[in-house]
Design a protein around this ligand. Structure first.
Ligand code: PEP
Ligand code: MG
Length: 889
């Protein structure tokens, strides 16, 4: 194995071997840019060291070889007493881990060579300052001495000299500092500070290897999901000095503004300083443009270098540089991080500059970035007080008065108040309140809890599972961990992108990108924000590339119309249960309580026209596009009062001596329908098989609505979807009934409507018997919420808040499987069902309508397994369009 690479031997694509810093230093060297000579010890060597507790046997010889070459290039020898070569020993892993690992500067200085450095540099002060920095860094990172001991000693000398500034210390004072530092080293290591330059270097290299496993590095990797076994490379670089006087300095720069994408000169510069002084903020930096006045030649060369880097990397780069006595040196570069807005703008700028094509521009941005651009944002400032942080369930920034019931939300919203609905958890009864509110805050429930799913569907800001809050809806208040009480009417702010909750108003601004999607902004007008134009161009190109269709999950005409404006090509999931709420609840109650066929039919007859009208409006909003209507899915008891609440009411009435007959009957029904595991109980297709007439009523409403639209000159395209099927026999029974209803409605209306009849695949058994089920289904739509719930055995309403944090901490998975599809398990079921379903019925249409339909990584998977479309909430539609385009490239 080759353990060491000279900078001239590597390139930017060797990050895994040379680390990010090493690979880019090599790239710059080969571009002919002014990089100080040096070499990189590979991550292989680090892994060997971590595994065996010692460096590879032949590493030392290789290092010697490369050090000799370095010495030759510099015309100096490491630690030479009369004219020493000094080196820095720097960490650099493949994945950027800013500040997590160690670096030692000025390696090669000792009691003798400090004199040589003084002579050569013409500055005693500089030489002694460099030496004290070496001992300080070496003592701390290599020898493990508490860094504060050095800080204290330095402060003491400053105190004795009556100053607070390092710069006020002269050579003699610094010599005194060195003496004290060496004393500290001796005391804590039982030996003198190592004088042998090579020993210093070797120890520093091992210390960098060791720093891979420092506590903070491990913690950082766990949070950023960086593999723990990658190891770091070590770069040994000839020192250049930014602290040799006012003609020297150090700085950082970006080739474009990483905040906005704007072109220009962005960066900071600090005269007479070394890199760590900038980070430590010891003195104030100046804007990079001022370097033009300070040192015009170096400035010009820097701009030239930055432009070389941009056209070479074809992207925004960030750099670190040093100027040593008017000579520019490049110490680091990498493709720079940027905000979501800058990512879009830079991508189209680079297209316009001819550096990349539109395909590449689409690759350069992500759905997550687009999603960020769609949220209204909290701006900085204001004097709101942070109360807690819950789960970031549905992004956005919402401000309003806290209210604690759906009714209060509706009432106050009607009076023109902005409100935030605060609940322990929400249920379908809260829907009206959620619609009326600016945002929703719950103290229980995870990211697929009712509140979260519904809020995302509506594009409504939601923070859920804020468990530190004690919510008392009866007393209309909640209590924060610090004891702050928030009562009805107090203004709070919630950030659905971060989960943060404040007391008071944090200022917000609307998103221009959403205004564009809504059709309120012409993306090509001259005065349109550049960002909107970039988004428009990139999304249009993604659309031209994608193979997946994008539909939406919507069950109101308003959501349907909005999703259509956002680019949805039809509805993939219309959940009919949302149409059973509100005033219709009583009719549903009647249906459940019906004692005979006549009673039941009367209840169904009451519901039918209302259902039909819903569908008429949705078909109109989606005219000419497919609308997949799912027949009723949730257990019926969800439409009845809570068992405990009702029991209490009945008991109280009885105790007061006027028992309530109606409530008694209701209570009996609630008891009869009560289930220990309702999610595994009487729901979905099972309802259709057990409650006579229910599905038939819904099918009739769908087909009648379609007939009516047709008569009005419309082009309705209904598809009928049966939920929770596990066996083909279930589907066959419902299909037969459905086809009969369709035929008779068509005959009554003299119309020809022929909806596709299909099923959801959301029970593992359905996925495993997809071939049989396909015989009776014209389409499959994967219900990945339930499929995840049932494959993992995770209650989707409970587990996220209950223990997912522990699972995430322990690395059992990196992200909730309810958020991003578990490709290995649930994904395997999807793959099998798609393949075997298509084998049985080649024209089988395949879609997905679980929450994963709007998740970027999952979209790529659905593209890969050959689905026809993904369906997601209206606000995720642009995200899915973009990711479907990216998946196809
Ligand atoms: C699903 O289970 O993925 C699905 C879309 O249905 P619901 O979320 O309504 O159960
Ligand atoms: Mg489901």
């Amino acid at each position: 194995t080759k353990w060491v690479y000279d900078f001239s031997e590597g390139n930017k694509d060797q990050k895994d071997l040379l680390g990010g810093k090493g690979a880019n230093l090599a790239e710059m060297t080969n571009l002919g840019l002014p990089v100080p000579p040096g070499f990189t010890i590979t991550t292989d060597a680090c892994r060997f060291y971590l595994e065996h507790g010692s460096t590879p046997p032949d590493l030392s010889d290789e290092v010697t070889e490369h050090l000799t070459a370095l010495e030759k290039a510099m015309g100096k020898t490491l630690g030479d007493p009369s004219d020493p070569l000094l080196v820095s020993v720097r960490s650099g892993a493949a994945a950027s881990m800013p500040g997590m690992m160690e670096t030692v500067l000025n390696v090669g200085l000792n009691d003798e060579s400090v004199q040589g450095l003084a002579t050569q540099s013409g500055s005693d002060r500089f030489a002694w300052d460099s030496y004290r920095r070496l001992i300080q860094m070496f003592g701390k990172t290599v020898q493990g001495i508490d860094g504060e001991l050095f800080d204290e000693a330095l402060d003491e000398v400053k105190r004795e000299q009556g100053t607070e500034l390092d710069l006020d210390l002269d050579a003699e004072h610094l010599q005194d500092v060195v003496r004290r530092f060496k004393e500290i080293v001796k005391q804590h290591t039982d030996r003198d500070f190592p004088q042998d330059p090579r020993e210093q270097m070797d120890l520093a290299i091992n210390a960098v290897f060791d720093s891979w496993n420092s506590d903070r590095a491990i913690l950082y990797r766990r949070r950023e999901r960086i593999p723990g076994d990658a190891g770091t490379a070590v770069n040994v670089v000839a020192m250049v000095f930014g602290n040799l006087g006012m003609d020297s300095g150090t700085g950082v720069a970006f080739t474009r503004d990483p905040g906005s994408g704007e072109q220009g000169v962005y960066g900071d510069y600090l005269q007479n300083a070394q890199g760590e002084d900038v980070v430590a903020g010891i003195r104030n930096t100046v804007a990079l443009t001022e370097l033009e006045q300070i040192d015009k030649d170096a400035y010009d060369e820097l701009l030239q270098t930055m432009s070389t880097l941009e056209s070479h990397y074809r992207d925004l780069c960030d750099i670190e540089f040093t100027i040593e006595r008017n000579k520019l040196w490049m110490l680091q570069t990498r493709v720079g991080k940027r905000t979501a807005g800058a990512a879009f703008r830079i991508a189209t700028q680079l297209v316009d500059e001819g550096l990349i094509d539109m395909d590449e521009a689409v690759r350069r941005v992500t759905g997550d970035q687009l999603a960020q651009l769609m949220f209204p944002r909290f701006t900085e400032g204001g004097d709101a007080k942070k109360l807690t942080q819950g789960m970031n369930a549905s992004p956005g920034a919402a401000v309003g008065k806290a209210v604690f019931s759906s009714e209060a939300a509706v009432e106050q919203a009607q009076n023109g108040e902005k409100v935030i609905l605060v609940r322990r958890e929400t249920n379908p009864d809260d829907l009206a309140g959620m619609i009326a509110a600016q945002g929703v805050l719950t103290s229980r429930g995870g990211k697929t809890s009712h509140a979260a799913v519904v809020a995302r569907g509506m594009g409504k800001t939601c923070v859920c599972g804020a468990e530190e809050l004690q919510v008392d809806t009866k007393a209309k208040k909640f209590t924060a961990p610090d004891g702050t009480e928030v009562t009805e009417g107090d203004v709070i702010s919630i950030d659905g992108s971060t989960g943060k909750v404040w007391l008071g108003e944090v200022p917000v601004e609307p998103s221009s990108v959403v205004r564009y999607f809504e059709g309120e902004v012409d993306p090509e007008a001259d005065d349109t924000e550049a960002l909107v134009n970039s988004v428009h161009r990139i999304l249009t190109h993604a659309d031209s590339r994608r193979r997946l269709d994008v539909r939406t999950n919507a069950d109101t005409p308003e959501d349907s119309a909005r999703a259509r404006r956002f680019g949805a090509h039809g509805i993939g999931l219309c959940r009919t249960e949302h149409m059973f709420l509100g005033d219709r609840r009583q009719l549903v109650e009647k249906l459940i309580l019906a004692e005979g066929d006549d009673d039941r039919q009367a209840a169904l007859d009451g519901l039918a026209p209302l259902q039909k009208q819903d569908f008429v409006e949705i078909f109109e909003a989606m005219d000419g596009l497919p609308v997949t209507v799912r027949l009723l899915d949730p257990p019926l008891h969800e439409f009845l009062p809570d068992l405990t609440d009702l029991s209490v009411r009945v008991a109280v009435a009885e105790a007061e001596g006027h028992p309530d007959e109606a409530n008694l009957r209701l209570l009996a029904a609630v008891r009869r329908l009560h289930e220990q595991n309702p999610m595994l109980g009487l729901r979905g297709v099972r309802l259709g098989l057990v409650v006579p007439g229910l599905f038939a009523m819904q099918v009739r409403a769908i087909v009648e609505a379609a007939c009516e639209r047709k008569k009005a000159g419309g082009d309705p395209r209904p598809e009928i979807m049966i939920p929770l099927v596990g066996a083909v026999q279930e589907l066959e029974a419902i299909r037969e009934e459905t086809e009969q209803v369709i035929a008779s409605v068509c005959e009554e209306h003299g119309a020809e409507i022929r909806p596709l009849i299909g099923t959801m695949i959301e029970v593992p058994r359905a996925a495993l018997t997809a071939a049989e089920i396909a015989h009776s289904a014209e389409f499959f739509s994967f219900g990945t919420n339930d499929l995840t719930q049932m494959t993992w055995g995770f209650s989707r309403d409970d587990v996220e808040a209950a223990f997912f944090h522990a699972y995430l901490d322990k690395g059992i998975f990196g992200i909730s499987p309810f958020e991003s599809l578990d490709l290995d398990g649930v994904g395997r079921l999807v793959r099998v069902a798609a393949r075997e379903g298509r084998e049985a019925r080649p024209e089988l249409k395949l879609g997905i309508c679980g929450e994963h339909g709007g998740d970027p990584e999952s979209v790529h998977f659905f593209h890969e397994v050959g689905l026809d479309y993904v369906s997601c909430s209206p606000f995720r539609v642009p995200v899915a369009r973009l990711e479907a385009g990216r998946a196809a490239l």
